[in-house]
Write a protein that binds this ligand. Structure first.
Ligand code: MTE
Length: 726
C-alpha cells in the first residue's frame, strides 16, 4: 500500500479498488478474500492477518496489494485505492496506556530467586527507579525483498527471498495457497543484512506475494522501499523498566524487583518471547540473592514489533545496569566497585536454578580492566573534570553473560547435505542463511577440516528447502553451532566412506580418490544431522536450562561530552570477549565490532519518533540516524579471551552474533558518568534519569546547566512535545 499514512485513520470501513484497477499497467489487486488457504500467520499462539479484513489496528498495517507491470504503475494503483476509516474508540499507543488498560499478550513471565518481599525488610537502603529505552529499526542494507515464480505443470513455486528462515517462508506460502510444502521451494543466496528482522515479517510479505503470483500466474517481485519497510515491518521493542532495589551501605545488593514492559504493537509476533528473554537474562553477571522479575509484552496500536539482534536482552540488561548505577550514585561509590561486589563468583546457580561457572566472566572483567588501564584512566578523568567546566569525560565498564541457543528446544537442530563430484569439487548445503555473519565461510572451514582438503575445493551455492528440508532459523546466535555440527557429521560420513579407497592408494590425490570411489560404486553424497540440546524452562517451578552455554564479554568505554551542546565522542573502547576457540577470529572480531556499533546506535543515537496518533515519523535515513564511520570509537580494541574451551559447540567455539550488542551500553553509561560530573558542578548529586537513546538533546538537558534550565520543560527531559514516548 502506498497510501500516505497521514491520511489513514484507525479502523477500515470500506475498500474501493475499482478506480485503481482501471489504471494502466495495473494487473490485479490482492485482498484477504482472495486467499485460498490460511488468511493468518500464527506466532506465539496469536493470529496475525496477512491483509486486514475488517479492522485496521495500526498505521502501517497492510490492507491490499496492487500488482502491476512496473513499480511506478503499482505505486499509482496503490494511491488510487480508496479506503474509508472510522477511529478506533480507545487506541493504545504507549506502554503506560497499555499498563493502565491491562493490554498484554499472554503469557507474561515471572521468576523469583530467594524471597524478595522479605529481603526488603532487612536492608540498609531501598531505592526505586525506572528507565525507558526507545525501539530500533533494523536498517538492513537490503529491505524486505522477494520474487515468487510459478513453475511446473502443477501448482508449484520457486521463491527467491531474503530471509533468515527459508522453511518458515515455504510453510507460509504453502498454507496461504493451500498446497503441500513439496510444491514450494525457497531459495536464499545471501541476505543483505537481517538482524532478526527477516524471520516472521518476511513470511507475511512472502505469503501476499505468492498469492499475487498464484492469482496472476506470473512471476511477482516485491521489494519494499525504505520508508515502507520502516513503517510496516516493526523493529526492536521500546521498553519501560521499573525497579526497586534493596542494598547495604557496603554496596551489597540484597534484593531487586524488576518489571519489564515491552511495547509489542498490534500483533503478538514473538513479543511474549522477547519479554521472556528479559526475565531469563535479568541476573546477568550478578548474584543478587533475592531477585524477582516480571516480563510483559504490551498490546498497542503501533506496528507490531519483532525479533532484533539480542531479542530483548539489550533492553532488559540496560534496565538492570541502570539499577546498579543508581545504587552506586546513592552510595556515592564508583559503579565498577558496585558491579564487582555483586558479581557471580565461584560455582554459581542462576535465578532459574541452572549451575554454571562464572570463571571466564571474571577473567574477561579483569582482563578488560587491565587492557583498558581502567584505574589510571579513571583517575585521569577525575582530574580532567576538575579542570573543565563545559567539557566532561566519563568512563564505564559493563559485563554481559549471554545465553546461546533456543529455549524452544525443537529449534535446536540442523541438517546438511554434502556432495563430492567426480572431479573432486565439493558442494555443501546447510540450513543456515548467510546474512553477513560469515556462516558460509565457517561451514566451508568445517568441511575443509573434516575432508582434509583446501577450502578452495568447497563451494556453497545457496540455502534451499529443496536440498536441506525443515530448517531452523539462523537466529539466537546458534546458526554456526547447529549447522557446523551437521556439516561436520556429513563430512565425517563421506570421509569414512573414502577410507578403503585411500588405503588402496595412499599416495593418490583427493581428485583420484573421488573418481575411484565413483568407479567402485561408493555414494559420494551424504546428509548430516545435528540433534541439539534439549532446553526448557518450567515456569511453574521457576527452574530449567533455557540455554546451552553462555558467551561472556566486558566492555570499557570513555567519552568526552560537550555539556553545552550534548555532542559527545567515544574516545576509546576496549572489549574482551570469551568465545572459546573461535572457528574464524577475523569473522568473529568483525561480528564483535559490528554488534558493538549497532548497540552504540541503539543507546545513543537511533531514535524512532511517533506522532500522537501512532504514525511513525522516522521513515528514512534523513530522519533516523544510524552510526557512521565517524562514530566508531577513536581507539577501538577488541581482545578474544585466551585459553577458553567450550564443550558444547563446534570445535570448542561459542556463538557471538548477538551478545556484544549490549556492550554498546558502555558508551551510554560513560555518557551518564560525564553527565553526572557536569551535574555535580551544578550542585546536583545522586541518581538522575537519562532515557535511551542518550541523544545530544537528552545528554545536554540532563547536564542541568544554568542554560538548559531556561528551556521550558513541557515534558521533563524532552525537546519534542510533538512526539510520543511509546
Ligand atoms: N551480522 C551481519 N553482518 N548481518 C546480520 O544480519 N545478524 C545477527 C548476527 N550478525 C547479522 C549479523 C543476528 S540477529 C544473529 S542471530 C547472528 O548473526 C546469527 O549468526 P549465526 O548464524 O552465527 O548464529
Amino acid at each position: 500500500m502506498d497510501q500516505s499514512p497521514d491520511e489513514l485513520e484507525i479502523a477500515a470501513r470500506g475498500l474501493d479498488v475499482s478506480e485503481a484497477l482501471q489504471l494502466p499497467g495495473v494487473v490485479d489487486i490482492i485482498r484477504a478474500k482472495d486467499v485460498p488457504g490460511k488468511k493468518v500467520r500464527t506466532f506465539c499462539g496469536y493470529h496475525e492477518e496477512l491483509l486486514a479484513e475488517s479492522e485496521v489496528s495500526c498505521i502501517g498495517q497492510m490492507i491490499c496489494a496492487v500488482v502491476a507491470d512496473t513499480k511506478a504503475h503499482a505505486k499509482r494503483g496503490a494511491a488510487a485505492v480508496k479506503i474509508s476509516y472510522e477511529d478506533l474508540p480507545d487506541p493504545i499507543f504507549t506502554i503506560e496506556e497499555a499498563i493502565e488498560k491491562s493490554s498484554y499478550f499472554k503469557p507474561q513471565r515471572m521468576l523469583e530467586r530467594g524471597d524478595v518481599t522479605e529481603a526488603f525488610k532487612n536492608v540498609d537502603r531501598v531505592y526505586e527507579g525506572e528507565i525507558r529505552i526507545g525501539g530500533q529499526e533494523h536498517f538492513y542494507m537490503e529491505t524486505q525483498s522477494m520474487l515468487v515464480v510459478p513453475v511446473g505443470e502443477e501448482t508449484e513455486f520457486n521463491v527467491y527471498v531474503s530471509t533468515q528462515w527459508p522453511t518458515l517462508i515455504q510453510d507460509a506460502v504453502a498454507e496461504t495457497l493451500n498446497i503441500p510444502s513439496n510444491r514450494v521451494t525457497c531459495h536464499v543466496k545471501r541476505i543483505g543484512g537481517a538482524f532478526g528482522g527477516k524471520v516472521t515479517k518476511t513470511s507475511i510479505l512472502a505469503s501476499i506475494s505468492s498469492l499475487a503470483a498464484w492469482k496472476t500466474n506470473r512471476a511477482v517481485r516485491c521489494v519494499l522501499e525504505r520508508g515502507e519497510d520502516m513503517l510496516i515491518t516493526g523493529g526492536r521493542h521500546p521498553t519501560l523498566g521499573k525497579y526497586k532495589v534493596g542494598f547495604m551501605n557496603d554496596g551489597r545488593i540484597i534484593a531487586a524487583d524488576f518489571q519489564f514492559f515491552a511495547n509489542g504493537g498490534n500483533a503478538a509476533d514473538e513479543s511474549p518471547l522477547v519479554a521472556e528473554k528479559m526475565v531469563l537474562h535479568m541476573d546477568t553477571a550478578y548474584n543478587i540473592p533475592n531477585l524477582r522479575g516480571h516480563g510483559a509484552a504490551c498490546r498497542t496500536n503501533l506496528p507490531s514489533n519483532t525479533a532484533f539482534r539480542g531479542f530483548g536482552v539489550p533492553q532488559g540488561l540496560l534496565i538492570v545496569e541502570n539499577m546498579i548505577n543508581d545504587v552506586a550514585m546513592v552510595l556515592g561509590s564508583p559503579a565498577d566497585k558496585i558491579r564487582e561486589i555483586n558479581m557471580y563468583k565461584g560455582p554459581s546457580t542462576t535465578h532459574y536454578k541452572f549451575a554454571f561457572d562464572p570463571e571466564n566472566l571474571l577473567r574477561c572483567w579483569d582482563e578488560c580492566k587491565l587492557r583498558s588501564d581502567f584505574s589510571a584512566r579513571h583517575a585521569a578523568i577525575k582530574q580532567f573534570n576538575q579542570e573543565n567546566r563545559w567539557k566532561k569525560r566519563g568512563i564505564s565498564i559493563i559485563p554481559i553473560k549471554y545465553g546461546i541457543a533456543f529455549s524452544e528446544s525443537f529449534l535446536n537442530q540442523a541438517a546438511a547435505l554434502v556432495h563430492i563430484y567426480k572431479d573432486g569439487s565439493v558442494l555443501v548445503s546447510h540450513g543456515g542463511t548467510e546474512m553477513g555473519q560469515g556462516i558460509h565461510t565457517k561451514m566451508q572451514q568445517v568441511a575443509s577440516r573434516e575432508l582434509h582438503i583446501p577450502a578452495s575445493k568447497i563451494y556453497i551455492s545457496e540455502t534451499s528447502t529443496g536440498t536441506v528440508p525443515n530448517t531452523c532459523p539462523s537466529a539466537a546466535s546458534f546458526g554456526t553451532d547447529a549447522n557446523g555440527m551437521a556439516v561436520k557429521n556429513a563430512c565425517e560420513i563421506l570421509y569414512q566412506r573414502l577410507e578403503p579407497i585411500r588405503k588402496k592408494n595412499p599416495k593418490g590425490t583427493w581428485e583420484s580418490w573421488a573418481r575411484a570411489a565413483f568407479m567402485e560404486k561408493i555414494s559420494l553424497s551424504a546428509t548430516g544431522y545435528y540433534r541439539g540440546p534439549d532446553l526448557c524452562v518450567d515456569w511453574e517451578k521457576m527452574e530449567g536450562q533455557p540455554y546451552s552455554y553462555y558467551t561472556y564479554g566486558v566492555s570499557c568505554s570513555e567519552v568526552e561530552l560537550d555539556c553545552l551542546t550534548g555532542d559527545y565522542r567515544t574516545l576509546r573502547t576496549d572489549i574482551v570477549v570469551d568465545i572459546g576457540k573461535s572457528v574464524n577470529p577475523s569473522v568473529d572480531v568483525g561480528q564483535i565490532e559490528g554488534a558493538f556499533m549497532q548497540g552504540l546506535g541503539l543507546y545513543t543515537m537511533e531514535e524512532l519518533n511517533f506522532s500522537p496518533f501512532g504514525l511513525l515519523y522516522t521513515r528514512g535515513p534523513s530522519q533516523y540516524k544510524i552510526p557512521a564511520v565517524c562514530d566508531v570509537p577513536l581507539q577501538f580494541n577488541v581482545y578474544l579471551l585466551p585459553d577458553s574451551d567450550n564443550p558444547h559447540a563446534i570445535y570448542s567455539s561459542k556463538g557471538i552474533g548477538e551478545p556484544v550488542l549490549f556492550l554498546g551500553s558502555s558508551v551510554f553509561f560513560a555518557i551518564k558518568d560525564a553527565v553526572a560530573a557536569a551535574r555535580s558542578d551544578s550542585g546536583l548529586k545522586g541518581p538522575f534519569t537519562l532515557k535511551s537513546p542518550a541523544t545530544p538533546e537528552r545528554a545536554c538537558l540532563a547536564c542541568a546547566s544554568p542554560f538548559t534550565k531556561k528551556v521550558p520543560a513541557s515534558k521533563p527531559g524532552s525537546f519534542k512535545p510533538w512526539a510520543l514516548d511509546v
